[in-house]
Design a protein around this ligand. Structure first.
Ligand SMILES: Cc1cc2nc3c(=O)[nH]c(=O)nc-3n(C[C@H](O)[C@H](O)[C@H](O)COP(=O)(O)OP(=O)(O)OC[C@H]3O[C@@H](n4cnc5c(N)ncnc54)[C@H](O)[C@@H]3O)c2cc1C
Length: 462
């Protein structure tokens, strides 16, 4: 890019991360954004999705306040009862902990979410459907040359890999880093990078689906089905199940998990997403309280997902290329935060790039700041999400709940509730603004230094 020209950004992947990124940049005139999406049209996958106020505040700044009409419960900063925890792998479940948080876990239909984002994108932001990224190379000018499956080739200042858990950008990016490592003579590092290409199965399967409340009205009226007053996490040995209403209470979203942790890091055989076998699903929850099982019987066309994650990466950036969202840090869903972290990456990077003095020359520094703040944060959320999964499935320790005294059981469950709360508290007790403020201050300093001396001194190069 030469002086006066817009920074040209190519985004591969028009999912939640890619759309949020384009939206975050849409108010800055110094950057042009094109999204290249492999699918032929907008088709959100999955049913419900939840976010915390930390993420809602970003959406609100991006002009998506209207989504408050679609969410349940409504945004607020008040102390709320966000989740109920039950031990459910016995004939009569035990309600053992109320998770109190600052602001609620707001739940949406994924469709509403992505539709609102698309509607808010300005006309200048082009989405090119049916364009599947295949590779990139770097030009001597520092620009990035991007190739697509159908032969299309484009050139940009920055390539953003927002292409999800099976990211092709991540694969080429890691090979790029591996080549750089080999060039430095670090063959071991190259091996580590190449071993991170593929996502790993964490030994868990998720059965997901919706129940239309009007279809089960009679079961609710006769008392065999109960809509939980608050989002509820049903927990038991090696399985758990989350239930919450979406679409203003007209639908109930269910995600039920089977954990076979001894299989974690082995290869999952077969397709990752398939229609679920209802009998198989019920057999996982065989000895559970009817309260939970009855919901599983009502699921309409449930699907079964093999839950995969991305190994923690040592960098999310290299010259002219950056990873965001699941492409960078796909995580277990047990803190309802994968999409939230994708949106945080997008907002963070978009805000840095939008600085009025940003030029292509500042890109290496911007990417360095992004990596410095976002990588440790998202990696830590991924670690915490995995730990929540262990708590939910009674795999955090060897305690035997079946052969202990009732009082001891109650005390252990209370402790478990407190431990989950502590592990998750970042989501409702912190804001992205602290990191964002520090990052913007670093960028401003850098830009004002480089403005007074157009050629960066050696010690300022990043
Ligand atoms: C059971 C379950 C429940 C979950 N619940 C929650 C929740 O409550 N809250 C939450 O925050 N998160 C949740 N998540 C996680 C969340 O779904 C993901 O973290 C989020 O969708 C990631 O967004 P993304 O934009 O990075 O990727 P995606 O949404 O996967 O988007 C990637 C896009 O890239 C496109 N693409 C792929 N390959 C290419 C290519 N080669 N070229 C061009 N385009 C390409 C895809 O078509 C897609 O549109 C859950 C996940 C699971 C499995």
């Amino acid at each position: 890019m030469t002086a006066g020209k817009k920074l040209k950004v190519v985004v591969c992947g028009g999912g939640i991360g890619g759309l949020t990124f384009a939206l975050a940049l849409s108010k800055y005139p110094n950057v042009s954004v094109d999204i290249y999406e492999a699918a032929s049209r907008f088709s959100p996958i999955g049913a419900g999705i939840g976010i915390w106020m930390r993420v809602w505040n970003i959406l609100s700044r991006l002009g998506l306040d209207e989504l408050a009409d679609k969410t349940f419960p409504k945004p607020s900063n008040d102390p709320v009862h966000a989740f109920t925890f039950r031990k459910s792998d016995e004939p009569e479940g035990i309600e053992y902990y109320n998770l109190m948080t600052k602001g609620p876990f707001m739940t949406f239909l994924r469709y509403d979410f992505q539709k609102a984002m698309l509607e808010h994108l300005p006309r200048e932001t082009k989405i090119h459907y049916s364009r599947r990224f295949t590779s990139y190379t770097r030009l001597p000018s520092g620009e990035v040359h991007v190739s697509f499956q159908d032969g299309l080739q484009v050139t940009c200042d920055l390539l953003v890999g927002a292409d999800g858990i099976k990211s092709s950008v991540r694969r080429v990016f890691l090979e790029d880093l591996a080549q750089q490592a080999i060039h430095r003579g670090d063959v071991e590092e190259a091996e580590v990078l190449r071993n991170s290409y593929d996502p790993v199965w964490n030994g868990t399967e998720a059965y997901r689906g919706l129940v239309r409340v009007e279809n089960v009205r009679s079961l609710i009226d006769e008392g065999s089905l109960k809509i939980p007053e608050f989002p509820t996490q049903y927990m038991g040995k090696n399985a758990n199940m989350i239930i919450y209403p979406v679409a203003n209470g007209t639908l109930v979203n269910i995600a039920a998990f089977r954990a076979q942790l001894h299989l974690a890091n082995t290869k999952f055989e077969g397709p990752w997403v398939t229609p679920a076998d209802p009998e198989e699903l019920l057999s996982v929850f065989e000895k559970w309280e009817p309260h939970a099982r009855n919901w599983l019987r009502c699921l309409e066309r449930p699907t079964r997902w093999a839950v995969h994650t991305v190994k923690p990466l040592k960098s999310f950036v290299t010259q002219g290329v950056v990873l965001i969202g699941d492409a960078a840090h796909a995580m277990a869903p047990h803190q309802g935060s994968g999409a939230g972290q994708a949106m945080e990456d997008a907002y963070f990077l978009g805000t840095l790039l939008g600085h009025p003095l940003t030029t292509a020359k500042a890109l290496p520094y911007i990417l360095k700041i992004y990596d410095q703040f976002r990588r440790p944060f998202a990696t830590d959320v991924a670690r915490r999400s995995l730990l929540n999964g262990r708590f939910y499935t009674f795999n955090e320790d060897e305690f035997d709940y079946d052969s202990c005294y009732q009082a001891e059981k109650q005390a252990r469950l209370k402790k478990k509730g407190e431990a989950i709360s502590e592990n998750w508290a970042w989501a409702w007790s912190t804001s992205i603004d602290d990191d964002m403020g520090k990052a913007m201050a670093m960028l401003k300093n850098h830009l004002s230094d480089s403005e007074s001396s157009p050629i960066l001194p050696a010690n300022k190069q990043v």
